[in-house]
Design a protein. Sequence first.
Length: 375
Amino acid sequence: MRKTIVVKKCEDYISEKIQKEIEDGLLLLGGIEKFINKDEKVLIKVNSLSSSRPETAVNTHPEFLRAVIKIIKKQTNEIYVGDSPAPGNNFKSAAYKNGMLKVIEEEKVKLVEFREEIEIESKTKLVYKKFKVDSIIKKVDKIINLPKLKTHTLMYLTLCIKNMFGILPGMRKPEFHLKAGRDKELFAKILIDLYFSREPDLNIVDGIYGVEGNGPGTGGSPVKTGIILIGTDGFAVDEVAAEITGLDLDMIWTNVIYKKLILKKGKIEYEIKGEKKENVFKKIKPPATDIKSSIPNFLYKFAKDIGLNKPVFIKEKCTGCLRCVNICPARALTYEKGKGVKCDYEKCIRCFVCHEVCPERAIDIKKSILNFIFK
């Protein structure tokens, strides 16, 4: 069945303009009343990876959130806003710094800290049958997913599917990274299982500014992409986003696995309404990739040190906040005052979660020699 994906052009973060573009886009899908009934309980799942300020483009922009809240208020005042940032931040403290808390308080909606309370069952069960999440996930009638358009050093692109990883309580996330390591297919399966444990009812992508290069954190660079994407099918929305930004569709691992195992090698069928793709096309820089999926396993083990990209720690920029040390699922990082962070590369699984959460851009991604050869 063909899904409709709406593409709207939007150049800046003026709440009134964003609201108009989203409402015009929703009219092409039947209006907000098609998705939210009167007085329903609604959870807005933002992307609040960290406490980074809005200009970094790392998180859903606070004015984007405000625009969506105002639209939903036309149907209900039972609105919750939640996410589970990377370990080391709770949502309220991250939202205080990244600007979302101010909007939440001004709009008089409820902030939710996700805790491990109940189990929900996945429809796909590719790897996991159940996940432990906050009870709010079952209490609300609708979930509106607000991902940020960003590249991702492990998954290549993080949008609708990857954003739902944030319904897991923060300390659970490193466990799944450790389970998958650098196995992109395995991590993609986990993300798909989680997505199908509670599909969002609507996805609205903040693509006004995104992150290119080695995202999704401050290791990438902000880039003006000037778009808003709206749709019910997260996989279709992610594919449209990739086409608009010139990214390789065969590198979006969640979509690759979804098409292979769920659609049985079928295509994602969709139509686009609103702006034509060619009118909003903006090529962005992809993230660094490694060679793991390009060589046999026995060669991969020998080539690990010279064949994989790896995190490099910049002592001069490090403030000793220990976020990278605390989040590392492989326990490969240590910190010594005056010497900075040291990495045991034998233990390091190259998940780059450390790079993802560093607030000081003190972690770089060093490309391997063999990476260039295999390209």
